[in-house]
Design a protein around this ligand. Structure first.
Ligand SMILES: [Zn+2]
Length: 235
């Protein structure tokens, strides 16, 4: 595992290193306790089906050239509920589910939806775009800072704030885009995105704070329902 870029689900954006992670391929994973509503066989099926559907969509959209997804499980029982992504040594996408993330799902559709959402971030090239936006925003705030005569520490603070504001504002759009494409990938993988998106109901609602990293849950559900309607899944 070379690097762990961004933690995109469910709440925060954090850069960290994956070197300390103890992981296992999803297709080999089986829980050591019975405390799961989705069993190991179902999870292996989800990983295979979503990985395949995501690869097909990735090749079709061809926004990025690396489309071979690997799904891993973070075996640390104390890791918080999360799913995130990184790249392997060959620059291929890797999606990592924590054990507690798998445990928190009520049915296979929810896990398929979260997995499809993560793969969608990669298919849509969000990581690279996020880095660009951070750089652009930092530059804009830098110019503003200079205009108002800031120097040294003040200017540095403006650049940093600029990068954060730029990333957070755009992260909300990225999340909705990933929900939309995630709905399609979930459906193509043979799972029900409308059942899967019920997972949002159990997430704390970030509301619409300006600097919140995620859009309000209602907005996310709305885009899933709208996309499902376009797929002919509802009236
Ligand atoms: Zn996301």
């Amino acid at each position: 595992m070379r690097r762990l870029t961004f933690l995109l689900f469910p709440l925060v954006l954090v850069a960290c290193s994956a070197d300390f992670l103890r992981v296992q391929p999803a297709e080999e994973w089986s829980p050591d306790s019975g405390d799961f509503q989705v069993d190991a066989v179902a999870f292996q099926d989800i990983s295979r089906a979503v990985g395949k559907a995501a690869r097909a969509e990735c090749l079709r959209q061809s926004k990025v050239s690396n489309c071979d997804f690997t799904i891993l499980v973070d075996l640390n029982p104390r890791a918080p509920v999360n799913a995130f992504q990184t790249l392997d040594k060959q620059d291929q996408p890797v999606i990592i589910f924590t054990r507690s993330m798998i445990q928190s799902a009520k049915n296979p559709d929810e896990l398929a939806f979260v997995m499809a959402h993560e793969t969608a971030h990669h298919v849509l090239g969000h990581i690279a775009r996020q880095t660009e936006i951070a750089q652009e925003s930092a530059a804009i705030f830098n110019d503003l800072g200079k205009l108002y005569g800031e120097d040294g520490k003040e200017l540095e603070r403006s650049q940093k704030l600029g990068a954060e504001v730029g990333v957070q504002v755009n992260v909300k759009d990225f999340e909705l885009e990933a929900d939309q494409l995630g709905t399609i990938i979930t459906h193509n993988a043979g799972y029900d995105p409308l059942v899967g998106a019920k997972y949002f109901d159990r997430l704390p609602d970030p509301g619409d704070e300006f600097l919140g990293t995620h859009p309000p849950n209602a907005e996310r559900v709305q885009i899933v329902v709208e996309t499902a309607r376009q797929l002919g899944l509802t009236e």
